[in-house]
Write a new protein. Structure first.
Ligand code: BES
Ligand code: MN
Ligand code: ZN
Length: 499
């Protein structure tokens, strides 16, 4: 996919060259002087007339008419060099790759030096390039008789630069591309309808991932869950004709199985709400209720590609949440694997039930640090909107690591409180240890508080992605639908982990 050259791209013949432009005025006399000369100064004229601009997001396509061997030049405005962030460079790459893809170009050269600044070096730019390429050109293949596959896709990207070692750039390209690909895999899982992605399908997918990357795979069946006493997980599955799966993937990157990071992802393949049935408007879109599972599987793909020296156990509780004569009912009391009993007040608060047993099981597999990811509550959307993932923790230091990873990944998270009084509300039941739905006040916090009861003293961060797992609008880095949010954050948490 990527080839790296240590020279300027203007002497070779390509279908297109992508060039980034910083600042006003655009300085053709520096890095791009030769190019302007080949055009007898006409590029400078186009800058003067505003046809080529360094304004952020501004793109321009110039046909070269043989003045240089390549056919077309694509310019992308990057704004003021001093203010530009990694995030903006990544988005700009997304914008220009989308445009090039639309023009049905198959082979493109990128002049990487034109994207670097004092704070963003060629390695950062390479990472931004490959990640943005994967993300921005993602499409979900739909189920129309005439599917939406584009006729032509970018097949080869030639990366040109002058100073940095080729091998280092290749490594950075690989990292960015893996992050993008892992995110896209998560997107596809989330976009897939519930009838085509059951718990069994998800387990099959995880198995294949395990075979590809040599993870240890364990799939718990209903009988296994019964033996282990996973009463909370089983309760949610009770009304379903689809068998439940507790999916476990282990990746050992250290000599010893110590300092194990547990990644736990909610894998509800469809959430009807159960007897606390959702409304006819609220139920639409609930195929995405396995967004947490998808994030964990996407991150495991990245981990499989990049093989960090860390230990990870991924645990995914998967089932749908359905209704039948056997289904769980409000008022029922169930016994979780931990032994804690739960009074079910709302069968639509099912995510925290399956996660309760999954968190307990992750600890059984030796997890010393936990992150759970879940499309858990509508409340988090009310609180934080659809751009920011809600977080809750029981450990400041662990939260710092998660926060830094999310910042670096460009996937913002914001912490919600978890005070003693909040904990008391989930412990408030006359007939059981816990209740699964203490009422609508602060219910994003209640969801986290409930899961925290099972994390107990293990450092834990809860990430509620109900608002961020999907988006209604197309962006520079992907179409509307599933975002694949938290794949990159989770992968970075693992890569950067320090005990
Ligand atoms: N899967 C939903 C949360 C959700 C809502 C995800 C909207 C994506 C978009 C979850 O299982 C749920 O139903 N939560 C309830 C919790 C309540 C019953 C305490 C909610 O948010 O209303
Ligand atoms: Mn629900
Ligand atoms: Zn749900």
């Amino acid at each position: 996919m990527f080839t790296v050259y240590k020279k300027k791209p203007f002497t070779e013949a390509h279908e297109a060259i992508i060039i980034g432009l910083f600042d006003k005025p655009v300085k053709f006399e520096e890095k791009l002087e030769e190019l302007d000369e080949a055009f007898s100064g006409e590029l400078t004229e186009l800058v003067k007339s505003g046809d080529i601009s360094a304004r952020i997001e501004q793109t321009a396509k110039i046909h070269t008419f043989g003045k240089v061997p390549s056919k077309r030049l694509y310019f992308i405005g990057l704004g003021k060099e001093k203010n530009t962030s990694f995030e903006e460079i990544r988005e700009s790459f997304g914008t220009i790759f989308k445009k090039v893809q639309k023009d049905k170009i198959e082979e493109v050269a990128v002049y990487l030096d034109s994207f670097t600044t004092e704070s963003i070096d060629a390695l950062d730019a390479a990472h931004a390039l490959s990640e943005a390429f994967a993300l921005s050109t993602y499409q979900f293949e739909n189920y129309k008789q005439k599917p939406n596959e584009p006729e032509k896709q970018i097949q080869r990207i030639m990366v040109y630069l002058e100073d940095v070692e080729v091998e280092d750039i290749k490594a950075a390209l690989t990292v960015g591309y893996s992050f993008g690909k892992g995110t896209n895999s998560a997107r596809t899982l989330v976009n897939t309808p519930g009838n085509l992605l059951t718990a069994s399908d998800l387990a099959e997918y995880a198995k294949e991932l395990g075979e590809k990357y040599l993870f240890e795979v364990e799939i718990l069946e209903k009988e296994d869950m019964l033996k282990l006493g996973m009463g909370a997980m089983l309760a949610v599955n009770q009304g379903s004709t689809e068998p439940p799966k507790m999916i476990v993937l282990k990746y050992q990157g250290k000599e010893e199985w110590t300092d194990v990071i547990g990644l736990v992802g909610k894998g509800i393949t469809f959430d009807t709400g159960g007897y606390s049935l959702k409304t006819k408007a609220g139920i639409v879109g609930m195929k995405t209720d396995m967004g947490g599972a998808a994030a964990v599987l996407g991150a495991m793909e990245v981990i499989g590609e990049l093989k960090p020296e860390q230990n990870v156990v991924a645990v995914i509780p998967s089932t749908d949440n359905m209704i039948s004569g056997e289904a769980l009912k409000p008022d029922d009391v169930i016994i979780s694997m931990s032994g804690k009993t739960i009074e079910v007040l709302n069968t639509d608060a099912e995510g925290r039930l399956v996660l309760a047993d999954a968190v307990t099981y992750a600890k059984h597999h030796g997890a010393n640090y936990l992150v759970d990811v879940a499309t858990l509550t509508g409340g988090v959307i009310t609180a934080l909107g659809t751009e920011t993932t809600g977080a809750i923790t029981n450990n400041e230091e662990w939260f710092e690591q998660v926060l830094e990873a999310s910042f670096e990944a460009g996937e913002p998270i914001w912490r919600l409180p978890l005070f003693e009084k909040d904990k008391q509300r989930v412990r408030n039941s006359k007939i059981a240890d816990l209740n699964n739905s203490p009422g609508s006040e602060g219910h994003a916090i209640m969801g986290g508080a409930f899961i925290g009861e099972f994390a107990e003293n293990t450092p834990w961060v809860h990430l509620d992605i109900a608002g961020t797992a999907t988006t209604k609008k197309d962006t520079n880095l992907g179409p509307s639908g599933a975002t694949g949010v938290m794949v990159r954050t989770l992968a970075l948490i693992v890569e950067r982990f320090e005990s």
